[in-house]
Write a protein that binds this ligand. Structure first.
Ligand code: HSE
Length: 332
């Protein structure tokens, strides 16, 4: 069923079963999967964000603290995307005036990294409130609130980060008002080698660089690649995945924001990556690889190259995270 056809009118919340506290993790994501701008994405095991949520006596939703954001995120309940989305959900359930909730957000990844930082926080917050309320909503029902969080965070409601962050695995986004989120099978040996060069690229800015018009020949190449990638994922055909994960539309505009992009690409492909490109809107880059060894080698070589050029970086090597968000604890 399209995501927006769910409605919460018939949900009954049993106040006797609401929990006192919950601690939740939601994963980072690699949006676009190189060729599928705004429609494809996958979740990774690390990094990710945590939300601790507490039920309190005083009604309303408040942010208690944010750790790991360097003071950049707003604490006001209507401006912070986590609390704003939780408020929206409680309002639609008709219980915003009746329940008190306080939130601690613990960020384990930088803002503006291209790893779906805001999405991980939003998804963690919505997964946490659902857990606190004793899971009255399905993930499909939570999805529209996650998309709203993305709209608040960067001015555009693309779902290619929030969808895999919430659903886990690899997801395909189709439609707008009739949004479908489709899960795609995950080939067992598909690994991501991610390198985050220490520069800040806000998604808003990275989106402004993209040309509004594309040539038909480029569009044909790109939609062939998207279809080839989806087929390759279904068939576990790593060669087809490799040939298909190429971006002739967005990467040429955005690569200039990322230091050493084309040198990193050469290193990745020379050391066996299936494909290399920008993770989300950058500056993180991703070497999609068959097996962890290649991902490990490629990311090490890329980091060596960046260090030699005076650029600090973080790296993460991960299989595709098929679980999505999870409860870490009900006690702290
Ligand atoms: N699809 C988005 C973009 C992901 O590339 O701008 C970043 O949020």
């Amino acid at each position: 069923m399209p995501v927006y056809q769910h409605n919460l009118k018939d949900k009954k919340i049993d106040f006797n079963t609401i929990l006192d506290k919950v601690r939740v993790f939601a994963p980072a994501t690699v949006a676009n999967m190189i060729c599928g701008f705004d429609i494809l994405g996958f979740a990774v095991d690390e990094p990710g964000d945590e939300v601790k949520m507490y039920r309190v006596a005083e009604p309303g939703v408040r942010i208690r603290s944010i750790v790991g954001d360097g003071g950049r995120l707003p604490l006001g309940a209507d401006r912070n995307t986590v609390s704003a989305c939780v408020k929206m959900l409680l309002n639609d359930l008709g219980i915003l005036q009746d329940i008190g909730v306080e939130i601690e957000l613990i960020k384990h990844m930088p803002i503006g990294s291209g790893l779906g930082s805001s999405s991980a926080s939003t998804v963690a917050g919505l997964f946490a409130i659902n857990a606190l309320l004793n899971n009255p909503l399905t993930k499909d029902e939570l999805m529209p609130y996650c998309v709203e969080g993305e709209r608040l965070a960067c001015g555009h409601g693309h779902a290619d980060n929030v969808a895999p962050a919430l659903m886990g695995g690899i997801t395909l986004v189709r439609g707008g008002a009739d949004l479908d989120i489709v899960k795609i099978p995950v080939p067992k040996e598909l690994y991501a080698g991610i390198v985050f060069p220490q520069v800040d690229v806000p998604t808003r800015d990275a989106r402004q660089l993209i040309k509004e018009k594309v040539l038909l020949k480029d569009a044909v190449t790109q939609w062939g690649n998207i279809a080839g990638l989806v087929a390759g994922l279904f068939q576990e055909d790593y060669d087809l995945i490799s040939r298909s994960m190429q971006d002739v539309i967005i990467e040429p505009s955005r690569a200039i924001l990322i230091p050493e992009f084309y040198a990193m690409k050469e290193i990745a492909l020379a050391h066996g990556a299936l494909s290399f490109g920008i993770s989300g809107s950058g500056p993180s880059v991703v070497a999609v690889s068959k097996g962890p060894e290649v991902a490990e080698l490629v990311t090490t070589k890329i980091q060596d190259h960046l260090s030699a050029n005076g650029i600090e970086s973080f790296k993460y090597v991960s299989a595709v995270n098929v679980e999505g968000p999870k409860v870490l604890s009900f006690n702290d």
